[in-house]
Design a protein. Sequence first.
Length: 185
Amino acid sequence: MPLISITEIINLLIVTAVVGYIFMGILPRTRPLYFHRRFDWNAFKFACLVSAPGIIIHELAHKFVAIYYGLQAAFSILPFGLFLSVFLKLINSPFILIAPGYVGISGDAAILESTFIAFAGPFTNLVLWLGSSLILNRASLTKKQAIALYLTKQINMWLFIFNMIPIPPLDGSKVFYGLFRIIFG
């Protein structure tokens, strides 16, 4: 069995496109206002490069940690999550909910293994958040690099915080439940 299937690659590309579309509106306009009706491919590409890694690497971290523990894991699109994300963008909602997919895991995992699998995704967001912050504070960057790193920092900060909320089905609930069972179980 391959490490990642063609279906998963296609799903990841679809998620990347949707997430890029959702985040392209947060970037400052670089063209005059009269161009706003045309799709800005440069803004789309930039938004994909800045926003998608936080979500894609997050999901792949769950998958690869599960595989490390001998479990079956596959990334799948969550159609309702994609629809809801795009719908909120289209109505200019001030609240953006991004739930484009999930990693389905099958097999029996110990409590500690399940906790590590659940924390693997948010941990990647924490690393991207802190890594971006560190580079922003220590490196000499062009304006575009600084903007990209700032957006990467902000997006991953919110992804980490949101995913660690201990409410099902978020990763935080699985992490806290696992820790609770390890400590008190």
